[in-house]
Design a binder for this molecule. Structure first.
Ligand code: IPM
Ligand code: MG
Length: 361
């Protein structure tokens, strides 16, 4: 983190993004006015909103501002309006480009079941009660970025090509992030690959084992990805930290999110070597409910808590924000996505206001 006042860039994006970003902003403002927190806060454009304003899903100005910030808080990108654009203009491209542009190779996706919400899971409560796992997903390599890629003509027909490629150094650094995270938690790490079929996975496993020698206190295990997907829905509490490739992590983190039954509750962090980070809720832009004031702002607010903890090293403030979220849940406040049938619900703004109030001070 740079010396002096930390710089935070907020990227509201598309769909419900601006609505949930506004609530996180209120939490930040409360920390500033009531808890002696100092930060420079700026906003920028990404995704479809950036395409509409500047013709690009990640304008140069946004990337430059992100590079100059200690941390970026991003809400969500994408929407049906943009689905027919050329691939390099689509909102998702803005997200991939900012991940690559900042070198954010380590994606931390916690899946925590808040006790008050146990009934929201699609699994039996006894399978998920107390669930607290962390997926560490490699985010700037693998098949998402590998070359060659494209659609070309071979022997008179079109073929689509993508390449899964991992270098030793890419595997090594994500393995280190994961072992370090495991050391700070339950000291168990499961590396997920497809080493029975893929050479890239064979190398992955070899390097993870090698890195593991530097972390003797962490118990390392390995699972093939198909089995890991099954284990996640069979007995998810067996996991503490999972480390895996970009594509496998994309898929497994959606499964893990659903275990908690409330994707509207889950934050994530993407970090580079300097612990500069991009923080975003796991949920998308939810175009179906955009503009209705019903979206759950808690994943966004919890993403802010992760930002405070990991990039700004303000665990004290992160604890305050997470405590406030727990309090509003304990008080029975529910947005529609986490309400049980027949339960009263609140809107985005009311939920945000309740968190601000619960911050106290
Ligand atoms: C995610 C999303 C993105 C991904 C999409 C929107 C490009 O699914 O963050 O998991 O595949 O990484
Ligand atoms: Mg995904």
């Amino acid at each position: 983190m740079s010396a002096g006042i930390p710089k935070i860039l907020i990227l509201p994006g598309d769909g419900i993004g601006p609505e949930v970003a506004a609530e996180a902003r209120k939490v930040l403002d409360a920390l500033r006015s009531r808890h002696g927190f100092h930060a420079d806060i700026a906003e920028g454009l990404i995704g479809g909103a950036a395409y509409d304003a500047a013709g690009e899903p990640l304008p140069e100005a946004t990337l430059a501002a992100a590079r100059g910030a200690d941390a970026v808080l991003l809400a969500a990108v994408g929407g049906p309006r943009y689905d027919s654009l050329p691939r390099d203009k689509r909102p998702e491209r803005g997200l991939l480009a900012i991940r690559a542009g900042l070198g954010l190779y380590a994606n931390l996706r916690p899946a925590i079941l808040f006790p008050e919400l146990a009934a929201a899971s699609s699994l039996k409560p006894e399978l998920v009660a107390g669930l607290d796992l962390l997926i560490v997903r490699e985010l700037t390599g693998g098949i998402y970025f590998g070359k060659p890629r494209g659609i070309e003509t071979r022997d008179g027909q079109r073929v689509g090509v993508n390449t899964e490629v991992y270098s030793e150094s890419e595997i090594e650094r994500i393995a280190r992030s994961a072992f370090t995270a495991a050391q700070l938690r339950g000291k168990r790490l499961c590396s997920v690959d497809k080493a029975n079929v893929l050479e890239s996975s064979e190398l992955w496993r070899e390097v993870v084992i090698r890195v593991g020698r530097d972390f003797p206190e962490v118990q390392l295990s390995h699972q093939y990805v198909d089995n890991a997907a099954m284990q996640l829905v069979r007995a998810p509490k067996q996991f503490d930290v999972i480390v895996t490739s970009n594509l496998f992590g994309d898929i497994l983190s959606d499964i893990a999110a659903q275990l908690t039954g409330s994707i509207g509750m889950l934050p994530s962090a993407s970090l580079n070597e300097r612990a500069q980070g991009l923080y975003e809720p796991i949920h998308g832009s939810a175009p179906d409910i955009a503009g209705k004031g019903v979206a759950n702002p808690l994943a966004m607010i919890l993403s802010l808590a992760m930002l405070l903890r990991y990039s700004l090293k303000r665990g004290d403030l992160a604890d305050k924000v997470e405590g406030a979220v727990r309090r509003v849940l304990a008080d029975g406040l529910r947005t529609a996505d986490i309400a049980r049938p027949g339960e009263a619900t609140v809107g985005t703004v009311q939920m945000g206001a309740a968190v601000v109030a619960a911050l106290g001070g």
